[in-house]
Ligand binder design. Structure first.
Ligand SMILES: C[S@@+](CC[C@H](N)C(=O)[O-])C[C@H]1O[C@@H](n2cnc3c(N)ncnc32)[C@H](O)[C@@H]1O
Ligand code: SF4
Length: 281
């Protein structure tokens, strides 16, 4: 297996505060320390990422735009050699922030849309679908690269195919189909139904040669899972702790083959999939 001397991508969770309280969220309302990285500390990490020759850095959260120094941090990061992206719920983006994204040459604004209005608002809160799609239209019109993350749920499972058409029509190139972690939502979708939807969407994209790339979350892999995890990502939490894993699990990744699980429940898949055991906890 290829080893990297340092990670290729960095992510800084600037804050776990958020202006929304999505039903499924694992980031807010957990026992996060009161301490938050100061502006100076964030800049120091951004310097360090450049020194370590990272190729991409994402500013995330919680909701990163809630930080009063967000624009200062973004401007600082944009002077570095790596590509800068932002993961945001989109609701706080306004015209002046869009101008900053342009000036700072932001390489990707990642927005979450969890289905059409009813299902999105069920998870993200009333009125969020309209707000996010308005912002999405503005970003697309301003030629800012946008990618979308969609949590597949029991509520939106039948809308994913229509979402594909919607995202294709507005020329979105990258779409992550997310599988929910944790037990925040009672009666959440099972992993087999998730994979079925993913495979169905992939087939449509391939058959129609659509210019949109779909991705799975980092805790589900189609091939050799170890290669996808080890050493590729460094994640900094709001208090400055370091991990190279979403689950703060820095070693002993254990992947469960979906084919072996599927025998028990009589499902058939075209490919094997590996699920991080932490995601099945
Ligand atoms: C932590 S948020 C940060 C950016 C922003 N707050 C947002 O919601 O897009 C990044 C992504 O993590 C996802 N997320 C939150 N809780 C999750 C969970 N329990 N399982 C999987 N993804 C989750 C969100 O839906 C969102 O797409
Ligand atoms: S907007 Fe993002 S961080 Fe905020 S509650 Fe929703 S998923 Fe969590």
């Amino acid at each position: 297996m290829k080893k990297y001397k340092s990670p290729l991508y960095g992510c800084i969770d600037l804050t776990y505060d958020c202006n929304l309280s999505c039903k499924h969220c694992v980031f807010i309302n957990n026992d996060i320390s009161e301490k938050k990285l100061t502006t100076k500390e964030v800049k120091h990490i951004l310097d360090d990422f450049e020194e370590k020759k990272l190729i991409g850095v994402q500013l995330s959260g919680g909701e990163p735009l809630l930080r009063k120094d967000f624009i200062e941090i973004l401007q600082y990061a944009s002077k570095k050699k790596y590509a800068v992206s932002i993961a945001t719920n989109g609701t706080l983006i306004n015209d002046s922030i869009i101008e900053e994204f342009k000036k700072c040459n932001v390489k990707n604004v990642q927005l979450s849309i969890d289905g059409f209005e009813k299902s999105n608002d069920f998870l993200r809160g009333e009125g969020t679908f309209k707000k996010i799609t308005n912002i999405l239209d503005k970003l697309v019109n301003e030629d800012i690269p946008v990618s979308i993350v969609t949590m597949i749920t029991k509520q939106n499972i039948n809308e994913i195919e229509y979402m594909l058409k919607y995202l294709k029509d507005i020329k979105i190139l990258y779409w992550r189909l997310q599988y929910i972690l944790g037990n925040k939502i009672m009666d959440s979708l099972n992993i087999f139904d998730y994979i079925n939807v993913y495979e169905k969407i992939k087939k449509i994209i391939d058959a129609d040669k659509l210019p949109i790339n779909i991705m799975m979350p980092c805790y589900i892999h189609e091939k050799n899972p170890k290669q996808s995890c080890d050493n590729l990502l460094i994640n900094i939490t709001e208090d400055g702790s370091i991990s190279n894993c979403f689950f703060n699990n820095t070693q002993n990744y254990e992947f469960v083959s979906l084919k072996s699980l599927s025998k028990e429940v009589n499902y058939q898949f075209e490919n094997d999939y590996y699920i991080c055991s932490k995601a099945l906890d």
